[in-house]
Design a protein around this ligand. Structure first.
Ligand code: FAD
Length: 459
């Protein structure tokens, strides 16, 4: 679903929030990020987004993470996409990939200059600014994508002078350009980080004055660490109000105190923003969990005890799978847990599903399917009879389901298991209709585990 549709369908008075993540540098980092996302998504953000590494440095990883967010974590996902080093073929590859993965939200950006360069340079066959990218997405993909663009409450850093502010003219030009991005088809704005809430509120007002009417989502970056805060605000040329500088100066060597202050400040900023009627908050998590959640908890937007799932899995977020309500019972939303659970499986190389890449896996001649088996004779007798029509095949499957045959080419077992008797007549009918079945599982909610047909010894 498009994020804009979610926001537009908000009930009166309801506030929503979202989390931003970036692609981690290591494989373990990626695994841990999914664990973290899974915990954070349990609090029901309206969407989460994943950034596009500077200069396209994380393109494949961003695409992969976006896919897993949408389809395994099952959260509405917005992928950032920039024009830096991206000829149109690469842009389209990225868009087609997320489209085929059921993702409907893109944050369309120009991107910063590649590492080591001062100025943004349009790559051959690529775009020069986010406006071009928005136009391209709308003209090529119609209405499929919800498009978000970046907004700068203090103007884009390039327009900010050495005195730390943009001239009124540069600020107005930036606003006018933002309007062109919206007029070209963007339906949502997420802002650059800021620490002066009045500047953000003025920016929203200024946008409204020139006819930018779409939702403007404030980007809130909790202060997690003093040096990181200085680096980030320096890079973005963010204004830091004097009281924040003074408060941090006094505690800058005490990491715990800086974090606690960051939560306090973030909470107060959000309170003020919400009091002015803004109903959406976007948290730059920097892949960290505690401060973002603490702010939302202080605001009363989340509660540990309110985490609930109507089903053992989350409903799919993928646009083509949203209506699905059935999952295999072993489905897990958490890739790491799945990997952890199955990591030792190759220690059982002779099991039915042994891993043939394991050095101790038996030679192929030992393989269960290659060995002459006693039951082969039975199979020959029961299944190698001339089958003259499709109906003969259906009849054969039906007979097996009803217990009239003992062998099956698709099963190692000698005839059906007792549990299948619960549904064998229905299976017979299904097979006669041409839906040939090779395994099944009856619904047995609430059966005792010592049940002779479906109890623990049968599972
Ligand atoms: P644009 O909207 O194209 O604007 C850039 C500047 O140029 C503005 O000052 C604008 O006014 C001016 N400009 C451009 N074209 C015109 C024109 N035709 N007429 C007049 N003025 C023009 N970077 C990443 O690399 N990866 C990310 O994932 C990422 N995510 C971001 C998320 C958010 C919410 C924000 C705010 C920034 C993000 N960035 C990201 C940083 C972003 O790429 C840089 O700020 C970049 O310098 C500008 O991108 P943009 O999309 O705002 O550019």
């Amino acid at each position: 679903m498009k994020v804009i549709e979610k926001i537009q369908s908000l009930q009166e008075g309801k506030v929503v929030f979202s989390f931003e993540f970036f692609p981690p540098k290591t494989e373990d980092g990626v695994d841990n990020l999914f664990e973290r996302m899974d915990r954070m998504v349990a609090h029901n953000p309206s969407f989460c987004d994943i950034t596009w590494g500077a200069g396209g440095s994380t393109a494949d990883l961003t695409l992969d993470i976006a896919n897993k967010m949408q389809n395994i974590i099952s959260v509405e996902t917005m992928m950032h996409l920039t024009c830096t080093n991206m000829p149109v073929e690469k842009i389209d590859h990225a868009l087609q990939t997320i489209k085929s993965n059921g993702i409907q939200n893109v944050l369309a950006l120009r991107g910063d200059p590649p590492h080591g360069q001062d100025k943004f340079v349009q790559v051959e066959g690529g775009f020069s600014c986010a406006l071009d990218l928005v136009k391209h997405i709308r003209s090529k993909y119609g209405d499929y994508f919800g498009i978000t663009v970046a907004g700068y409450p203090e103007a884009h850093p390039d327009a900010i002078g050495n005195d730390g502010v943009a001239t009124p003219e540069a600020y107005q030009n930036d606003l006018a350009y933002l309007k062109r991005k919206v007029d070209a088809g963007a339906d949502l704005i997420v802002t650059q980080l800021f620490y002066d809430t009045d500047i953000f509120l003025k920016f929203v007002n200024d946008c409204r004055q020139i006819g930018i009417n779409c939702p403007i989502v404030p980007g809130i970056m909790p202060i997690n660490n003093y040096k990181g805060f200085l680096r980030m605000t320096g890079f973005c040329k963010t204004k830091i109000p004097a009281e924040i500088t003074a408060a941090l100066e006094a505690i800058k060597d005490n990491e715990e105190a800086v974090k606690a202050y960051g939560v306090h400040l973030g909470t107060e900023m959000c309170r003020k923003i919400l009091a002015h009627g803004i109903k959406t908050l976007h948290l730059y998590t920097l892949n960290m969990e505690k401060s973002a959640l603490a702010i939302l908890m202080n605001l009363g937007l989340i509660e540990e005890s309110k985490i609930s799932r109507s089903l053992p899995w989350r409903r799919p977020a993928n646009v083509v799978r949203v209506k699905e309500d059935v999952r295999p019972i072993f489905w897990s939303n958490r890739p790491k847990s799945y990997i952890t659970r199955t990591i030792g499986w190759d220690q059982f190389p002779h099991g039915r599903w042994g891993d043939s890449r394991n050095p101790s896996y038996g030679a192929l001649t030992d393989h269960q399917f290659m060995r002459p088996r006693a039951r082969d004779k039975k199979l020959q007798e029961e299944w190698a009879t001339p089958l003259k029509s499709i109906d003969d095949i259906k009849e054969k499957f039906k007979s097996y389901c009803l217990g009239k045959l003992r062998s099956s080419p698709w099963s190692e077992l000698d005839s059906l298991q007792p549990e299948t008797k619960i549904i064998h007549e229905q299976l017979g009918k299904i097979n006669l209709k041409g839906f040939l079945t090779i395994n099944s599982q009856p619904a047995v909610n609430g059966e005792r585990s010592d049940s002779p047909s479906v109890g623990k010894y049968k599972c």
